[in-house]
Design a protein around this ligand. Structure first.
Ligand code: FMN
Length: 364
C-alpha cells in the first residue's frame, strides 16, 4: 500500500475477530515502529506486547476506553530515566512522549498496511496497568494500542476532519488561540482553588494519594481501598472542592490497583462469576478516569455499563422470563450497535440513548 493510502485507510477499529496475530507479524510491526524519528536518536520508547489472553482480558478490564475484544494489546512506554541519562531533562520530560507518539503512528500504519486493525487507547487506569505489567519506576506508560484482525461485519466509519482552512495558516497564526485563552482562565481558576486549600484538607489529600503523588501500596480489598477517602464527618476544617476531588480520585486509583491485584488473584482462575468483576472494574476505572475527559464520555461509560448489565440479566432470565430476557437482549444490541456513534455522530448517539430508555421500559 502507498504510504498516503495507508494513512487514509487507517481507522480506529473497535471490533475485532478472535483470530490470533502471529508473533512474527507483531515483531515486524514493532520493528517498523522503531524506525520513527526520535529526539537526539535517544529511542527511549519501550514496547510491551501483550498476547496472553488472560492478561489481555485483565488489561481490558481496567481500560474503559478499550473496546472490541482485541486479541493483542501493545503497551507503549517511555523509559524516562534512560531518556534523562542519554538526552537530558527535556528528553525525559517532553521529547520521549513525542517520540513514543511517532512510534505509535508508525506501528498503527504498518498494522493497517498488513490489514490489521488498531485503536489508540488513552482511557486506561495507569495504576492498574502498571500493577498488572510490573512496570518499573522510571518508565511511563504512554499509550495502549488495541490490535487484531478487524471484525469484517463492523467496519468503522471515518470521523469527520476539520476543514483545512480551519487548521492551516501560512506564515503566521492569525485568528487562533481563542480556545486557549479560555482554558488558561480555567487553569488559573483551578490553581486559585488549589491555593485556597486548607492545610488539613491538603494533608488528607496527600494521605489518600501518597506522599509523592503516587497511589498508596495496593490495598487488600476494593472496599478497603474505596474507604481510604476521608469520611466527611472527620473533617475539622472546610476543605476546598479541588483538594477533596484529588483525594477522591486518589482513592479511586488505589481501588483500581486493588482491583488489578484482585483480577490477578488465583481464586479467579475459573471464569465463572467474573462478569460482575469485569463490570465492577469497568465502572471504577471509568469513574477514576472521567475527570478531564470529554463530557460525552460520561454517558458513554454509563451506557456501556448498562449494556453489560442488560446482557447479563438477559442471560440469567432466559429460562425463567424469556420475554423480559428478549427485551433486555434487544436493549444490549441497540447499545452495541450505536454506542460508537459518539465519535462520529453525536446526534445519533443521543437519539440511541432515548431509544434505549424506551426499550428498557419494555423490560420493566
Ligand atoms: C492519544 C489518543 C488517545 C485515544 N484514546 C482512545 C480511547 O481511549 N478509546 C478509543 O476508543 N479511542 C481512542 N482514541 C482514538 C480516537 O478516538 C480516534 O483516533 C479519533 O476519533 C479519530 O478517528 P480515526 O482514528 O478512525 O481517524 C485515541 C486517539 C489518540 C490519538
Amino acid at each position: 500500500m502507498e504510504t498516503s493510502a495507508a494513512i487514509l485507510a487507517r481507522r480506529s477499529v473497535r471490533a475485532f475477530s478472535d483470530q490470533p496475530v502471529s508473533r512474527d507479524l507483531l515483531r515486524s510491526l514493532v520493528e517498523t515502529a522503531t524506525w520513527a524519528p526520535s529526539a537526539s536518536n535517544v529511542q527511549a520508547w519501550r514496547f510491551c506486547v501483550v498476547d496472553d489472553p488472560a492478561l489481555v482480558r485483565k488489561l481490558d478490564m481496567v481500560s474503559p476506553g478499550l473496546s472490541g475484544k482485541p486479541p493483542v494489546i501493545a503497551v507503549v512506554l517511555s523509559d524516562r530515566e534512560y531518556a534523562r541519562a542519554k538526552g537530558g531533562q527535556k528528553a525525559a520530560d517532553e521529547f520521549s512522549s513525542l517520540d513514543a507518539a511517532y512510534a505509535c503512528e508508525n506501528l498503527m500504519l504498518a498494522a493497517a498496511d498488513a490489514g490489521l486493525g488498531t485503536c489508540a487507547i488513552k482511557s486506561y487506569n495507569d495504576d492498574a496497568v502498571r500493577s498488572l505489567l510490573n512496570v518499573p519506576d522510571g518508565l511511563q506508560v504512554e499509550l495502549l494500542i488495541s490490535l487484531g484482525w478487524p471484525d469484517p461485519a463492523k467496519s468503522p466509519r471515518a470521523p469527520k476532519r476539520k476543514p483545512l482552512d480551519e487548521v492551516l495558516r501560512f506564515n503566521g497564526c492569525e485568528a487562533w488561540g481563542a480556545e486557549e485563552t479560555s482554558s488558561h482562565t480555567d487553569a488559573a481558576a483551578s490553581q486559585a482553588d488549589d491555593e485556597g486549600c486548607t492545610a488539613s484538607c491538603a494533608e488528607q489529600s496527600r494521605d489518600a494519594i501518597g506522599a509523592e503523588g503516587k497511589a498508596r501500596p495496593v490495598q487488600t480489598s476494593l472496599s478497603e481501598a474505596m474507604s481510604a477517602s476521608p469520611a466527611p464527618q472527620q473533617k475539622t476544617t472546610q476543605p476546598s472542592a479541588v483538594a477533596c476531588e484529588t483525594a477522591f480520585h486518589g482513592s479511586l486509583s488505589a481501588a483500581m490497583a486493588a482491583s488489578a491485584a484482585a483480577a490477578g488473584a488465583p481464586p479467579h482462575s475459573a471464569e465463572e462469576g467474573t462478569d460482575g468483576l469485569e463490570l465492577l472494574a469497568y465502572m471504577v476505572t471509568s469513574a477514576a478516569g472521567l475527570r478531564g475527559e470529554p463530557a460525552i464520555y460520561g454517558p458513554l461509560r454509563l451506557i456501556e455499563s448498562s449494556k453489560r448489565v442488560a446482557a447479563q440479566l438477559a442471560d440469567s432470565l432466559k429460562t425463567a422470563d424469556p420475554a423480559r430476557a428478549e427485551a433486555l437482549r434487544n436493549l444490549a444490541t441497540l447499545i452495541a450497535e450505536r454506542q460508537n456513534d459518539c465519535m462520529t455522530d453525536e446526534d445519533s448517539f443521543y437519539t440511541m440513548l432515548s431509544e434505549a430508555a424506551a426499550l428498557l421500559a419494555k423490560a420493566l
